[in-house]
Design a binder for this molecule. Structure first.
Ligand code: MG
Length: 331
């Protein structure tokens, strides 16, 4: 392909579309299933299937620590992992605005391919459309994974007496994007990462994993409140125990943001029996992307459906899911 920018012709469905698919997507995503170039991917598998879908509309397309391509794989793979599924297959639909730099598209596709390899998934189907616009790019993905027979991970299994763990620091993705957008000089990088290895280690450990959620849009408080509500238990967390890097803490202080509501793209919340918490933290810390894993609270049954945050000096406050547009949106 010789052009530098995407034009409406690339969405024609004809020669230019074929060239774009061959020169940008087919090579980067190459695998046996995709290589068949049929109308649908026929893939092996049996048992309990997990499926998810997500759309990625992030600005800017490239940001410190990642880009829309890496993000698209991580977001989809992590949602499959949170139910204890082994992620296997992804589809990707690209919606490109005319004027998009082909080099930017290529970078995103390369990054998507690399992240898919890291996450152990095959991209088995794809689609490209071109629309009028201003050089933007959007990606929709669907993910398929398989769940082993004995695995049952869901918020319905949360019990009073469980411990609440997080796999790392909060707010990194959100702060990295805002910093880039607002042209604030920081060293903060997005935490966008596929948690395949981490979850595989947890599943292999034999620990009684009750529930997992990845902490994305809406932040930690939103995820915890939703889990407390759906399990009709009380989540009590300690402010002091929430891992936040000094850089993100400073950034939040500067802009008046609350790390409890900042999005991540490579962190999970894990709920399991309190007496297994220590072992789980050890496993998380040994896993890639789990260095700062910590226990942040416990589940009890005082006030079903509530999320309570405790300050260092013993004060308590009820927290809710993210309300309105609490802070600048990142997706
Ligand atoms: Mg999720």
């Amino acid at each position: 392909m010789t052009q530098d920018k995407i034009t409406m012709l690339h969405g024609s469905g004809g020669q230019a579309t074929g060239d774009l698919i061959k020169s940008v997507f087919a090579e980067a995503f190459s695998n046996e299933v995709l290589g068949q170039m049929e109308d649908s991917a026929v893939i092996p598998g049996s048992g309990t299937i997990a499926m998810t879908t997500d759309s990625f509309v992030v600005t800017p397309l490239m940001f410190p620590g990642g880009d829309i391509g890496r993000l698209a794989v991580c977001g989809t793979v992590n949602d499959l992992l949170m139910r204890g599924a082994k992620p296997m297959y992804l589809t990707c639909g690209f919606i490109l605005e005319e004027g998009l730099e082909v080099s930017v598209l290529k970078q995103a596709v390369k990054s998507m391919a690399e992240t898919a390899r890291e996450a152990g998934v095959l991209i088995v189907a794809g689609d490209t459309k071109v629309i009028e616009g201003n050089g933007g790019m959007y990606i929709n993905t669907a993910g398929v994974g398989f769940i082993e027979n004995n695995v049952d991970i869901s918020s319905a299994k949360i019990r009073p007496g469980d411990a609440i763990l997080v796999s790392g620091t909060m707010g990194d993705h959100h702060a990295a994007l805002l910093g880039e957008r607002m042209e604030i000089e920081t060293e903060i990088k997005s935490d966008n990462a596929p948690l395949t290895e981490m979850v595989a280690a947890l599943l292999a450990s034999g620990l009684e994993l009750h529930a997992m959620r990845d902490v994305t849009r809406g932040g930690l408080a939103t995820v915890l409140k939703e889990m407390a509500e759906s399990s009709q238990t009380t989540f009590v967390v300690q402010d002091e125990a929430i891992p936040v890097t000094p850089q993100v803490r400073d950034f939040c202080g500067l802009l008046g943001l609350d790390p409890y509501y900042m999005g991540n793209e490579g962190k999970l919340v894990l709920i399991l029996p309190e007496d297994e918490a220590e072992q789980a933290i050890e496993i998380l810390k040994k896993s890639r992307y789990g260095d700062n894993a910590a226990k942040i609270g416990i589940v009890c049954d005082d006030t079903p459906g509530e999320l309570i945050a405790e300050t260092a000096i013993g004060g308590q406050r009820r927290m809710d899911v993210l309300q309105d547009e609490g802070l600048p949106r990142i997706c």
